[in-house]
Design a protein around this ligand. Structure first.
Ligand SMILES: [Zn+2]
Length: 346
């Protein structure tokens, strides 16, 4: 038997009613007429698959034959985990997805924009009766491997709100980068602990700038970091880095870049991430996302009439809405809204 907590449903609808009052009617109409919720069945039940703009699924769990699936970048929590169908992404992201053909003829009203997050990351821009920007994970910094995200005017922005609370403020990036390189210089033998894709390759570009040609021989990459670096070997080469020249000897290389697979206890451990947790002996905040002020700066330039927050801490949409005086919904609220717009209970 299916049951629902009707009190909770009624409360959600009541809260949504309040929020809807602030959203322009043509925005609501546009959402109702162009966006749907998508599901996929398995043997026993039906699962939420994501939302779709017309026939474009936005970062779905599974690909689908009758849809084009937009994949923003190659981090595992953004890659589809199954299904069949074509992929709309950069060619670099597609290399990591390992499924589905890459769409070559992108619909005329759709554009992929640099996202400044990791190599190959893109934002999706839709020109229609209203314009929509779906950022995926993004940041406003660039490296020799990718370009920074640039704000674009859009009526609706689906926002990466990973750091959507005012207490998330990062130190100035260039200074943090300088401190990281100074620490690596100073300690001579270091573990640099980070993720497998994006950050390590970015750090390699900093090492290349700092130590110059041939630095690879003194750097050892853990197996999974090497694999992902190798996949983008052509990009690395264009940044002056030779993926075939890295040290094969984890004991001799001064710098070991690792994702915890191997940690040499005789070395000083330096962690590099944007997360507000410090592991290891020293921590450097080089985020691939924007901090709260960066989100505000970006949104001010996009001038949206509605913000939809994705992935952030609870209340991100309230924080942004308050500080920008623009209506904002969490992703769950958008799902509820799309449901009630289709089945008008309110
Ligand atoms: Zn990411």
């Amino acid at each position: 038997m299916i049951t629902a907590n009707m009190l909770s449903v009624e409360r959600t609808i009541r809260e949504l009613k309040q929020k809807i009052k602030n959203i322009d009617l043509d925005v609501l109409r546009f959402l109702r007429d162009n966006f749907t919720i998508d599901y996929y069945p398995n043997d026993t039940c039906i699962h939420f698959n994501g939302i779709a703009y017309k026939n474009v699924l936005l970062e779905p769990q599974r690909l689908k034959m009758d849809f084009i699936s937009f994949v923003s970048h190659a981090h595992s929590d953004h890659l589809p985990t199954g299904g069949h169908g074509s992929i709309l992404s950069s060619e670099v992201t597609w290399r990591f997805s390992k499924r589905g053909p890459l769409i070559k003829d992108i619909p005329d009203n759709i554009e992929l924009l640099p996202a400044g997050h990791v190599p190959g990351a893109t934002m999706l821009y839709i020109e229609d009766e209203l314009n929509v920007l779906y950022t995926g994970d993004f940041s406003l910094h660039d490296t020799s491997l990718f370009m920074a995200a640039e704000p674009r005017k859009a009526d609706i922005v689906f926002l990466d709100a990973t750091y959507g609370a005012p207490d998330y403020t990062f130190p100035e990036r260039e200074e943090e980068k300088t401190r990281l390189l100074e620490a690596i210089d100073y300690f001579e033998r270091v573990n640099v602990l980070t993720y497998t894709f994006g950050k390590p390759q970015e750090i390699l570009t900093y090492l290349r700038e700092h130590y110059g040609k041939g630095f690879e021989e003194d750097v050892y990459l853990s197996r999974s970091i090497f694999k992902k670096t190798y996949i983008i070997g052509d990009l690395m080469r264009s940044a002056g880095i030779d993926v075939y020249s890295f040290s094969q000897n984890p004991k001799r290389a001064s710098i070991m870049i690792t994702n915890r697979a191997i940690l040499d206890p005789t070395r000083v451990t330096i962690t590099v991430s944007g997360f507000w947790r410090a592991e290891g002996d020293y921590h450097f905040y080089l985020s691939s996302h924007e901090d709260y002020n960066g989100l505000l700066e970006f949104l001010r330039k996009c001038e949206p009439r509605l913000i939809v927050t994705l992935w952030g801490p609870e209340g991100s949409e309230r924080n942004l809405s308050r500080d920008l005086e623009i209506p904002a919904l969490s992703f769950n609220e958008l799902i509820a809204l799309l449901t009630v717009l289709r089945y008008p209970l309110i």
